[in-house]
Design a protein around this ligand. Sequence first.
Ligand SMILES: [Zn+2]
Length: 251
Amino acid sequence: MEIITVPCLSDNYAYLVKGPTGVTLIDAPEAAPIVAALDARGWQLSDLLITHHHHDHVGGVDALRERYGCTVTGPRAEAEKLPNLDRAVQGGDTFEAGGLDVQVIYVPGHTLGHVAFYLPSAGAVFTADSLMALGCGRIFEGTAPMMWDSLSKLAALPPQTTVYSGHEYTASNAKFALTVDPRNEALILRADAIAKARTEGRPTAACTLSEELATNPFLRPDSPAIRDLLGMKAASDAEVFAEIRARKDRF
Ligand SMILES: [Zn+2]
């Protein structure tokens, strides 16, 4: 089992997962860099999983299907906005891709049909624009309570799970995170590590869930320090989350 990060467009990531019987791609922002990454390894694409309908996640789907004849899977709730699906899925569904079991987690908020793909045997969850490294996706179609519910589902996965998100936004997410959680030692250390990784051109959009739980303010509305700073000691977690999200929108 091997996971390859493929930079696409200006700041998107696609991911290739080499399983025992095939290679699975999560999201297809554009075809060319994905074809190059497959060619470089002598791999063919067997499966393509789509998280949500935004063009910067599906722009390469038709070209890749044409080239490889791969099986295309995506959220049923967004099927009418997506390239043709061979397999339409919803939260709670399980299927096999490249010889690996895949669990579908429904994570609406950024879009109303957004799904994440959890591969337990790989210890990996592909979250695209739901839970992101030190952040979460902007809420375009859903509501803050809906996004909080989605993030809570992801937060309940095993803490050693690696979270692979869809964009290289981590450095700016770190700057914002420090405005709401400025004395969090783990966050300060992570922000330094991210700055170093970016000067070296390394991706930072993948991280363990345990590290996200310790540093990502969108997963920490129960933090006394964050509540204190926001003046929201008695609010619900969903209300604190909504305030953090609103501040990020203005950041
Ligand atoms: Zn999106």
